[in-house]
Design a protein around this ligand. Sequence first.
Ligand SMILES: Nc1ncnc2c1ncn2[C@@H]1O[C@H](COP(=O)(O)OP(=O)(O)OP(=O)(O)O)[C@@H](O)[C@H]1O
Length: 306
Amino acid sequence: MEPVLSLKNVHKKIGRQQIIDDVSFDVYPGEIFGFLGPNGAGKTTTIRMIVGLTNVTKGDITISGQSVVHDFKKAIGHVGTIVENPEMYKYLTAEKNLIHFGRMSSNVTKEDIQKRLELVRLSHVKKQKVRKFSLGMKQRLGIAQAMLHGPDVLILDEPTNGLDPAGVKEMRDYLRRVAKEENVAILISSHLLSEIELICDRFAIIQEGKIAKVENVKGESEQPARTSFFTLEVDERDKAQELIADRFPSIDVQFLEGRLRLQATKDQMGEIITYLVGNEIIVYQSILEKQSLEDRFFEVTSGGVS
Ligand SMILES: Nc1ncnc2c1ncn2[C@@H]1O[C@H](COP(=O)(O)OP(=O)(O)OP(=O)(O)O)[C@@H](O)[C@H]1O
């Protein structure tokens, strides 16, 4: 699948300061991609480059194959964005707000407006003034507005700022629906791990202007040969430990509550289990210890973020 948003070796220098240093990542249709980093890491600067609010010093950004650097007008036509809090007219209804914003870009039909209201489940309150809306409803209307012209990429800077946990969950459900039903790629910046874990499929960690890691939320790193902790339940613990020490000397094996605990890659675990079974050890189960996103984040950044 072709990426719909692609950053290739992007650099940004302001004065003498290298704010963004060789950042590359790809975002694909239908996925929600998190852009995670501590305050001052360079998230806003990167987003501002993607949407053309500041220029790229070196490298390129493409959106649906069009270069932001070389053909900005074409590229930006594929983007919907809420970089600041969505600005709505409080004394207009939700529907009238969208009609107003729809007039600003060509080709937005009445049907498009109704479809977007339905997408964020605001059809039933479309005749209500935005003044009466909760923050969550305003955020949803903001998404409907950003989706009006049918973009391929939606860019949201800290979209759940100010929402309570229930609001964050609701926002996640709406963003999932938008990503799935419209096959749109969604880039979300955040300094909150919990938010990224709840909402995103994959994420990149940015630190001091550099990408530290790109990873799936579910834990499979895109860097190969990542090790995890496994516990093994076997019938003959001592014999199993000896066999592993003999055949896989680089793997450290400990005893833990009557089981074996070892750190290995998935491939190595496959080999170890096959080897043990081949040597008449009964393997009752092999359990992968789930490492929380927080553990992984601290592993990558050595701490340093909320
Ligand atoms: N116009 C500018 N001139 C000089 N330095 C700048 C400018 N804009 C940003 N910076 C610096 O670039 C770095 C990255 O800032 P940026 O706002 O992109 O970070 P961020 O990850 O979005 O942080 P936050 O979560 O606080 O918004 C910071 O050290 C900031 O001080």
